[in-house]
Design a protein around this ligand. Structure first.
Ligand SMILES: [Fe+2]
Length: 146
């Protein structure tokens, strides 16, 4: 897979964000990784949205392991890392100053924006700048297989 960038106006984004925030605030335990927060879809909360988003992107069964990636104000992920698998990132709450995504191998800098979709190839080194906005930056993230 090559780096893919596109914008799609997901029609239910407002509900997705408000329900995600409600769920986020109700969580008793968050696993912290590199100053960011993840939670996996263990309780089915995201499945309806995820299915909907996949339909929207026509990704069918190629996506797996959906999760929401949170980055609170002041958090960053400046050390580069890569993923084993092609990864889809769909920004659901993101301001221009909430941390650029830098694809180090491809030398592409992506300024986050709501409804923006990025496909990151496996092994592509990437980093995320500091979230300088007051809002939590949130992205729906999933593996792209096959
Ligand atoms: Fe990553």
């Amino acid at each position: 897979m090559k780096v893919h960038q596109s914008t799609h106006n997901y029609p239910h984004i407002d509900r997705l964000v408000s329900d995600t925030m409600k769920h986020y605030n109700s969580l008793e335990y968050l696993s912290e990784k590199y100053g960011q927060f993840y939670f996996e879809d263990k309780d089915g909360f995201f499945l309806d949205y995820f299915t909907d988003v996949l339909k929207f992107y026509k990704l069918g069964t190629k996506a797996a392991n959906p999760r929401v990636h949170f980055m609170e104000t002041g958090a960053s992920h400046l050390d580069g890392h890569d993923h084993q698998i092609d990864t889809g990132v769909f920004y659901i709450q993101a301001q221009k100053d909430s941390g650029d995504l830098v694809l180090m191998d491809s030398k592409i800098t992506i300024i986050p924006e709501v409804n923006y979709f990025v496909g990151i190839p496996a092994r592509e080194m990437h980093s995320i700048g500091e979230n300088k906005n007051f809002e939590i930056r949130m992205a729906l993230v999933f593996d792209i297989i096959g």
